[in-house]
Structure formats: C-alpha cells, structure tokens
Design a protein around this ligand. Structure first.
Ligand SMILES: [Zn+2]
Ligand SMILES: [Zn+2]
Ligand SMILES: [Zn+2]
Ligand SMILES: [Zn+2]
Ligand SMILES: [Zn+2]
Length: 272
C-alpha cells in the first residue's frame, strides 16, 4: 500500500517535470524564433547574407530606410555586416518557417486572444480573425470609420453615411446611408435622372465641337507649315541674291544655278 502511494507520487512528479521541461523547451524555441527588430515571432523569416534572420517586412523596412538615405547597403542590426539593398539576394529561411509552424501561438489582434497552430496563425490574423483591423469600404467617399472586422458589417448596414449615388461619375454628389441611397434613386431625386437627357445632349454636342476644333487646328497647322516654308524660301532666296551665300534649300540652289547658267550663256554668247 505504501509502495503504491509512493509510486503514484513519483509518477505525478515525473509528469509535472516533463510538462515543465516541455514548456521551457517551447519558450526557448519561441525566443530563438523571435525577430530582434520587432520582437515578434518571425513572419516570413528571411535570411540576410550574413546569415541572420528577420521577418520579411522588417527587412523591407531596413531596405526602405537605406534607400531613403541614398545608400546601397544597410547594416545587419545584429552583426553590422553590410548587406546589399537588392531584395533578390535574400532567401526565405525555410527551417525557421517550419519551426514557427510547430508552435502554438496566440492571435495578436486586440480582443481575440485565440490560440492557434503556427501554420494557421498568420492567415488567421490577417484574413480570418474577427478582430483584425479593417477600414470602411466607403473610405473613397470620405468615411473614416475603422474598426475590428466584426463591427464593419453593422456599420455598413446602419451607420455609414458615405454610400455614394450610383451616378456619382455623372456628377451626382449625393452621399447617404444605404437605405437613403435607394430612396434617392427611386424618388427620382437624383440630379442624374433630371438632367440625363440634357447632359447626354451636352456631352454629345461637346464631343462634336471638339472633333470640329481638332479638324480646324490640323488644317491651320498645315497651312501654317506651308506659309512658313514659303517665307523661309523667300528669305533664303533674297539672301542668296545679296550675299551669294550657299544654302541647303533646293529651290535656292536651282535658282542660283539658273542664274549661273544664265550668266555663263551670256558669257558664251559674248565670247562668240
Ligand atoms: Zn520582425
Ligand atoms: Zn548579421
Ligand atoms: Zn484572432
Ligand atoms: Zn463607412
Ligand atoms: Zn444621385
């Protein structure tokens, strides 16, 4: 009986020691898989040429800072070895990645706290977690609402006042809640409905006018070119007469050679 009790306690003690050991092992592993730049478990662990590993986004930030300073290299934060800013030099650290995947990690989004397998952790935080930060899809219309993913849907359904009329691109500037947009269009309040015919007519008229103006502009620049040539020819012709200069212009050459011919003919006749 006494032996049985002792055996039971030994077994319990062993189990406790084993669990403590396993926990310590996991903590050590987490420490060695922690990026020394952002103090988080590696995301897309990336090897620098010196052999040290950091998250891909952390490496990209180092590169960005170096480029802003106009430098071609950046020092490794751990060993100060100079690494080239060329990103293709850096390879993923597959070993670290597979080790991260064996860990049990907690979601870091505020309010979530869920424990996950390392292989599901990143996807959960960025794409699946109800607590991941999201912006309202109507931010292009001026909505600044930002919240946990789970609160975006109620905002869009009830609160968001930044839905735009579907005829926004035609000049309707109406913004409102989802239901008031429907009313706006159904009640023909939309400026687009009122002015559709007018706008269409004006648009087509303007298109015709633009085409017409383009045609005239082409014609005028053609005429201008001809006029310019004529003026240039006249000027160079005159210059030739006065100063006997040589110009590349065909007409001028003909003109002057004709003159020469004339004179030589005259001379010929004279000599005869
Ligand atoms: Zn990092
Ligand atoms: Zn290093
Ligand atoms: Zn989460
Ligand atoms: Zn909104
Ligand atoms: Zn409208």
């Amino acid at each position: 009986m006494e032996n049985k009790i002792i055996h039971h306690f030994v077994k319990k003690k062993r189990r406790k020691l084993f669990l403590e050991y396993a926990k310590e092992m996991e903590e050590n592993m987490k420490r060695s898989l922690t990026c020394s730049i952002d103090q988080e478990i590696f995301r897309n662990p990336t090897l620098l040429t010196c052999g040290h590993t950091f998250c891909l986004t952390c490496v990209k930030k180092l590169i960005e800072i170096a480029k802003e300073k106009g430098q071609n290299t950046f020092p490794c934060p751990l060993c100060k070895h100079n690494n080239n800013v060329q990103e293709e030099e850096f390879k993923p650290n597959h070993l670290a990645k597979s080790q991260v995947e064996t860990l049990t990690l907690r979601c870091r989004n505020t309010g979530c706290n869920q424990l996950l397998k390392g292989c599901e952790w990143e996807k959960h935080e960025e794409e699946e977690c109800d607590y991941r930060r999201c912006k309202c899809k109507n931010r292009a219309n001026g909505c600044l609402f930002e919240s946990a993913y789970k609160d975006i849907h109620p905002h869009l359904m009830e609160d968001c006042e930044h839905y735009a009329c579907k005829y926004q691109k035609y000049g309707c500037s109406f913004l409102g809640r989802k239901d008031s947009i429907i009313q706006h269009c159904q009640n023909n309040e939309c400026i687009y409905h009122k002015l559709r015919g007018f706008l269409k007519g004006t648009y087509e008229k303007q298109c015709r006018e633009i085409a017409d103006l383009k045609y005239k502009l082409n014609q005028q620049s053609e005429q201008l070119g001809l006029l310019e040539n004529r003026v240039r020819n006249e000027i160079t012709g005159n210059n030739n007469n006065h100063y006997d200069n040589h110009y590349d212009d065909d007409e001028t050459i003909n003109y002057s050679s004709n003159n020469n011919n004339d004179t030589s003919d005259e001379e010929d006749t004279n000599s005869d």
